[in-house]
Design a protein around this ligand. Structure first.
Ligand code: NAI
Length: 269
């Protein structure tokens, strides 16, 4: 078995990353490719998927675009068959595509609910189920689901997202239990607040942006590339005995139940 830094190489591995046309998915793809994998960039937005591939290739990395809607199961099944036919294998799935709807319960209607559950929860099962076919046959696989701090806690205005992300923990544990005997690990990464387009609406508006900083022990938002390390760890031999785990990469937010700045300790010093 390899040791030290060699544990983290992904040379020879083929990875599918969903929702990788931009944001966190793009950073995951870049990280896996830089560690040696051939990455398949999926996104519903074909232009963004193609630009992402161009950007990685311009850095000498190995990538191809396979755009599809993760909720369209026949398209997912066909894409997985194509990827395996072209590359001979599929080792890593980063189940990352997701959306967020911010609305209070009065206007957070069933269409909103169904959309968020379909993209953020049901599709993770659908895509993982298709990828598990070749992974089981080759007796090797790494499935990594994108969770959130909202997978183990909550805040007002994002009920469907909180429900979906809690479900991601359930899918992760359920699939880890069932697929482990075939050499497949299934884990989740729980990002804290990351500077991506998903948060465009709340960035620069003051209050919410600062509230995140006040609740985060590391006292800042994170860049998407700060999630790469967790992805490479779970996707490589370094994570060979880790399965069913949710790895929070949240600057300490979920370890902390209080404001971190200017805290009144409640005792005389
Ligand atoms: P983003 O909005 O920048 O990127 C999401 C990507 O998914 C987009 O390129 C979009 O086109 C794609 N996508 C959406 N629906 C799709 C579909 N049906 N099929 C295929 N692709 C689809 O968002 P971001 O921030 O990069 O989020 C990525 C993941 O990380 C999501 O699962 C999100 O819930 C999660 N996350 C994000 C956090 C943040 O602070 N940005 C924090 C915690 C979790």
């Amino acid at each position: 078995m390899a040791s030290g830094i060699e544990l983290f190489t992904l040379k020879g591995r083929v990875a599918l990353v969903t929702g990788a046309g931009r944001g966190i998915g793009f950073s995951f793809a870049k990280g896996l490719a830089a560690a040696g994998a051939h990455v398949v960039i999926n996104d519903i937005n074909a232009d963004n998927a193609n630009s992402a591939v161009e950007s990685l290739r311009s850095e000498g990395l190995s990538a191809e675009a396979v755009p599809f809607d993760v909720t369209d199961n026949p398209a997912v099944a066909a894409a997985v068959d194509d990827i395996v036919a072209r590359n001979g294998r599929l080792d890593i799935l980063m189940n990352n595509a997701g959306i967020l709807i911010r609305k209070p319960i009065e206007t957070h209607d069933m269409d909103d609910w169904n959309k968020v559950i379909a993209i953020n929860l049901s599709s993770l099962y659908g895509v993982a189920r298709e990828c598990a076919r070749p992974m089981r046959a080759q007796k090797y696989g790494r499935i990594i689901n994108t969770a959130s701090v909202m997978a183990i806690s909550s805040r007002p205005g994002v009920i469907s997202y909180v429900a979906a992300k809690h479900g991601v923990v359930g899918i992760t544990r359920g699939m880890a239990s069932e697929l482990g005997p075939d050499g497949i690990t299934v884990n989740a990464i729980g990002p804290g607040y990351i500077l991506t387009d998903m948060n465009k609406k709340v960035l620069g508006t003051g209050t919410f942006e600062q509230q995140v900083i006040d609740r985060t022990p590391l006292a800042r938002w994170a860049e998407p590339d700060e999630l790469q390390g967790a992805a490479i760890f779970l996707a490589s031999e370094a994570g060979s005995f880790v399965t069913g785990h949710v790895l929070m990469v949240d600057g300490g937010m979920t370890a902390n139940a209080f404001l971190t700045q200017s805290v009144d300790l409640g005792v005389a010093s």
